[in-house]
Design a protein around this ligand. Structure first.
Ligand code: NOJ
Length: 646
């Protein structure tokens, strides 16, 4: 049993600690400070419990054990089992502040709640939240200024992390356990970041910038009543338990959309990789990608291969200067009427694309008319983008992950829902589980994705990158990484390439979760390996259950997932540099049933550098109790489909 304890010090400083009482008493978090620095007053000490007579009257507790059904996700049913404790405090200045704690089996969370009170306006300068871990754990992180979170995660003991870091933070504990520190339900508040001081992990909220782009001391402008996002700590003995934690979703509000029938997970292809490989352009010209003819070719290919949607980037005017994008005006060589009718007749959706160039304000102003136009043309999924070419901020003014950016993204989701439009948000704020409330927020980037392997000056992401992401970025929510490259050479950037074997690309479809899952390569490249593409054709992107079979952060990762509403299972493996044998006990299969297994695996000679295309396909009949042993090459991987036959 674990518990959270709360106290006020003699000086009235709010503090909590997190203790495990299993066997001998163990400190998970030692006494850690809570509080706020505001423009009006310093809310870090001078608190008393609301009741003057009995201290216990300031505490109220509740328990909850419910199960809810997801609209889509890694799991159909999620259990929410927690105890809640509210501590009601009054500051010497008269400000009222409550702290609500929730204790789950696999972690804890708390948030500050400022109730209705005399003090109406609060400007937050600092949130004084601390996590005082009992030991110097190893942490994976990216620096807080990493543009759009598109960086390589690095590992070091907390004491050696001198930079300010983005949330989330993944920890390997000195006793062999794992932890994940992040926030949940970020709605009208700046995203959190972390820094380490005096042995404690502390919060640094993303600041507002002044007109010269200089950070101000101000982090959030709020009106009472308000509540902060949840500060969440998942803490488990094993990595599979860490990955299985659903605390973040449980901390978000239930679905706010009454009819969710129109929100459908789907795989998609797109006029996209060609632009990153520089064989096509976004803007109109000789190499224009999003032409009517090319789109029709993609849509017919998708139809033939059971893929239900095609993304088109560069269909609308404005790509010449990346500034004046027109979201309802196609280029002359894009016939929206024709393609919209074709989409209807083929049953292949068009996924729209709204690159704003970071001009969020003008986009926000026109949201209704933009979404009305898309919906009228049968477009119900839009990929949004905020690449500000020069100053990497929104409107040249504010960080995407500051309070204004968070508000903007929320407005986009809410407005899109009105028009039955789902969003795949690029250059986002780090996800915090809002998809529970708005399941039309289907996927997000916020990652150094596949595109870096097309043009990055450093030659492409190292093999280990993909084996870190399931335990860091993807713990925060679905990722639009865009797996599925089938041709690794780029004539335009000969020194840059995808550091993987073909089988690793297949493994990503299971290991990286997204309900909008892109098969990113060109049709002609898929046709070079049709029997490998067959896995992409069949793999679902919506699941009944998901299990991390095995893995180690930065080394390898093996997921097994059961298709939603079906009996079949899919297993994917991805590997970093050192070749290894994956051992997969098939204990998840239904007792007494036989399954046909198709196994796409690295060939004997496979190696991401020297022979990425070497693969074999095996077939077998298996049942629960059997164990698969599959060799993964350097940068390799595998994919397995298990079809129940009786
Ligand atoms: C960056 C996005 O990540 C990428 O997917 C997109 O193609 C470009 N911006 C253009 O919008």
């Amino acid at each position: 049993m674990r518990r959270v304890e709360f106290r006020l010090t003699d000086a009235g400083v709010p503090q909590y600690r997190y203790v495990s009482g299993e066997g001998s008493e163990k400190m998970l978090l030692d006494w850690s400070n809570l509080g706020m620095e505001t423009e009006q007053t310093s809310l870090c000490s001078g608190f008393s419990f609301i009741s003057t007579c009995e201290r216990s009257e300031a505490f109220s507790t509740t328990s909850r054990d419910t199960t809810w059904e997801t609209v889509w996700g890694e799991e159909r049913f999620i259990r929410d089992h927690h105890n809640e404790m509210t501590v009601s405090l009054r500051h010497s200045s008269g400000v009222l502040m409550n702290i609500v704690f929730r204790i789950f089996d696999d972690g804890m969370a708390f948030r500050y709640v400022f109730p209705e009170q005399e003090c109406k306006d609060i400007v937050i300068i600092d949130e004084l939240t601390e996590y005082r871990f009992a030991a110097d754990h190893e942490a994976w992180s990216i620096p807080w200024r990493t543009e759009y979170y598109e960086g390589l995660w690095t590992k070091a003991p907390l004491s050696e992390k001198h930079d300010t870091l983005c949330s989330p933070l993944t920890l390997k504990l000195s006793d062999g356990g794992y932890a994940f520190l992040h926030e949940a339900a970020l709605t009208d508040y700046p995203a959190e970041n972390f820094y380490i001081k005096d042995g404690a992990v502390r919060l640094y909220l993303t600041p507002w910038l002044d007109l010269n782009g200089v950070e101000t001391p101000f982090k959030a402008y709020l009106k009472t009543p308000f509540q902060t996002p949840w500060r969440m700590l998942i803490l488990t003995r094993t990595l599979p338990e860490l990955v299985a934690s659903r605390i973040m979703l449980n901390l978000n509000e239930p679905c706010a959309i009454a009819d969710t029938e129109w929100i459908r997970p789907t795989k998609f292809m797109g006029i996209w990789w060609g632009m990153h490989m520089k064989s096509m352009t976004w803007e109109q010209g000789l190499k224009h990608g999003a032409t009517t003819e090319n789109m029709e070719r993609y849509m017919r290919f998708a139809k033939e291969h059971g893929i239900n949607a095609v993304l088109a980037e560069g269909w609308n005017k404005g790509w010449e200067d990346w500034k004046n994008f027109e979201f309802t005006t196609p280029y002359d060589d894009w016939d929206m009427d024709y393609l919209s009718r074709l989409s209807d007749s083929l049953g292949v959706q068009i996924i729209g694309h709204n690159e704003t160039g970071g001009n969020a304000a003008s986009y926000e102003r026109d949201l209704d008319s933009i979404y009305r136009y898309h919906a009228a043309n049968g477009i119900h999924v839009i990929k949004t983008g905020y690449v500000a070419p020069i100053i990497r901020t929104m409107d040249g003014l504010q960080w995407n992950k500051g309070q204004s950016g968070v508000r903007h993204y929320r407005k986009v989701i809410e407005t899109a829902a009105k028009y039955h439009i789902a969003i795949d948000n690029h250059e986002p704020v780090m996800p915090t589980g809002l998809q529970r409330t708005y399941p039309n927020l289907m996927s997000q980037e916020g990652v150094r994705g596949q595109e870096w392997n097309a043009w990055s000056a450093d030659g492409g992401s190292p093999c280990e990158h993909v084996t870190v992401l399931p335990f860091t970025r993807i713990m925060a929510g679905p990722v639009d990484y865009t797996p599925g490259v089938f041709a690794f050479e780029n004539p335009v950037m000969p020194n840059t390439r995808v550091h993987s074997t073909l089988m690793n690309q297949l493994g990503l479809f299971v290991c990286f979760y997204s309900p909008l899952q892109m098969a990113c390569d060109l049709p002609e490249n898929y046709m070079k390996h049709p029997n490998a593409f067959a896995f992409i054709e069949q793999v679902p992107c919506n699941w009944e259950r998901s299990i991390l079979v095995d893995g180690e952060i930065g080394e390898y990762c093996i997921f097994a997932r059961q298709e939603r509403g079906g009996d079949n299972w899919y297993i994917g493996g991805i590997n970093a540099d050192a070749p290894r044998e994956a051992v997969i006990p098939l204990s998840m299969l239904e007792e007494g049933k036989t399954y046909h297994a198709s196994i796409w695996r690295d060939g004997e000679e496979a190696d991401w550098q020297t022979n990425p295309y070497d693969y074999e396909i095996d077939n077998a009949y298996v049942a629960t109790g059997d164990t698969l042993r599959i060799r993964m090459a350097s940068g390799g991987g595998f994919a397995v489909s298990l079809t129940q036959i009786n």
